[in-house]
Design a protein. Structure first.
Length: 236
């Protein structure tokens, strides 16, 4: 079974959670695309939903499938967001932002009653950090911001390097929000909560790709079936 087959299996599990009348957040990335495609099939068959895309790419895909769209300005509270992840651990802590949509993904997830992650087994890790951690930063003074980020990495007890993300043509990658992304290549993040707190305290940092305490449920597709990971956050 190919990785795309596994991604679709995870998406098929998540689509079962969708009920008529729901307000949905639509994630970004290769796995989320499968969910949006499946949702489009159900909308064509008569399903009534209203959705907020997390990126221009997802918006374009949803529009092509005639999925009804709204914005958080018009619909500030959502029932469910379904999205992928670049890494996920057993506690449902995530690294996201490989596609550059981490800020909108986090805003939409936080506006939702539930966030569900769909992924293939290659995304599940014992410790976060093998995938570079994206940090979205404003363009003004970003070299100074980089210096502060380096201090944060050291204070959190992590080691590694950082690099400004580049687009295919070699120029700096620009997010849908007009910002840069700095990717932190740390290898291992032992103190994710501390690192996230320190990074978000830097004035030039807009948001980090650490999604902590946000995901409630994950469907992890393996060749032997789809595993379910769940955390009870009702006491949080």
């Amino acid at each position: 079974m190919s990785s795309e087959d596994l991604k679709r299996q995870a998406a098929l599990k998540a689509i079962e959670l969708v009920e008529p009348g729901m307000r949905l957040g639509l994630g970004t990335g290769s796995t989320a695309r499968h969910f949006v495609e499946l949702l489009g099939d159900r909308v064509k068959a008569g399903l009534d939903v209203l959705c907020v895309p997390t990126s221009n790419a997802t918006r374009i895909q949803a529009e092509s499938l005639a999925i009804p769209l709204t914005t958080l300005e018009e619909t500030p509270e959502l029932d469910l967001t379904v999205d992928g992840a670049d890494e996920i651990d057993e506690d449902l802590r995530l690294i996201k932002g490989g596609g550059g949509a981490l800020l909108r993904e986090k805003i939409v997830a936080m506006a939702s009653d539930r966030m569900v992650v769909i992924a293939d087994a290659s995304k599940q890790v014992a410790t976060l950090g093998a995938f570079p951690l994206p940090v979205e930063v404003v363009r003004f003074g970003f070299r100074s911001t980089e210096a502060w980020i380096e201090s944060c990495i050291e204070e959190a007890g992590a080691r590694g390097s950082m690099a400004l993300r580049l687009a295919a043509g070699g120029e700096p990658f620009i997010t849908d929000n007009g910002n840069y992304i700095i990717d932190l290549k740390l290898g291992r993040i032992n103190e994710a909560e501390l690192l996230d707190e320190l990074l978000r305290s830097v004035p030039g940092v807009v948001e980090t790709g650490l999604f902590l305490g946000i995901c409630d449920l994950a469907y992890i597709a393996t060749p032997d079936g789809v595993r379910t990971l769940q955390v009870d956050r009702s006491v949080d």
